[in-house]
Design a protein around this ligand. Structure first.
Ligand SMILES: [Ca+2]
Ligand SMILES: [Ca+2]
Ligand SMILES: [Ca+2]
Length: 167
């Protein structure tokens, strides 16, 4: 009987301590799995990809993207030695931040060797392209570039080709 009381007392003490610790500090639930997507992200990705649409036909081909990336890379590689060093990286990221603010996507030295070669430079865009190219035909068609949420009047030009009245 006495040992039962002792166990009960210990258990009660644990409950009190647990309540004292767990009660007041109630942080936001940090879920590893159900991590919510920031709402602006898909839109940003679409805009990012559309910026590669060199001939403005609404479709972004892999060649268009590679050509645009090459131009951007050459522009950032100010001493034209085929790689972006830390100073060039800093200058380019400053420029992007000034242009786009917090929506800017900075250059990242993925392999931490203090320079960025073209493949590294193109990594983000290439993986994004692959992810968005649902039918894997090497181009992002307007339906693959459509925003998931039909927001403020961004409607891809589809439908009526306008051949009704005039024949
Ligand atoms: Ca195009
Ligand atoms: Ca360079
Ligand atoms: Ca496609």
């Amino acid at each position: 009987m006495r040992s039962f009381l002792r166990i009960f007392a210990v258990a009660a003490a644990i409950v009190v301590v647990a309540t004292a610790c767990g009660g007041p500090r109630r942080g936001p639930p940090v879920g590893m799995m159900g991590f919510p997507q920031p709402p602006g992200e898909p839109e940003q990705n679409v805009r990012f990809m559309l910026s590669f649409d060199g001939n403005s036909d609404g479709t972004v081909t892999r060649d268009e993207m590679e050509a645009a990336l090459r131009r951007q890379f050459d522009a950032a590689d100010t001493n034209h030695d085929g790689r972006i060093d830390l100073a060039e990286m800093q200058a380019e990221n400053d420029r992007r931040y000034r242009a786009a603010g917090t929506a800017a996507s900075p250059l990242i030295d993925w392999n931490q060797n203090s320079q960025i070669d073209f493949d590294e430079f193109a990594t983000t865009a290439r993986s994004m392209f692959a992810e968005m190219d649902k039918d894997k035909d090497g181009k992002l068609a307007p339906d693959e570039l459509r925003l998931p949420r039909p927001g403020r009047g961004f409607v891809p030009m589809m439908g009526e080709p306008g051949r009704g009245p005039r024949r």
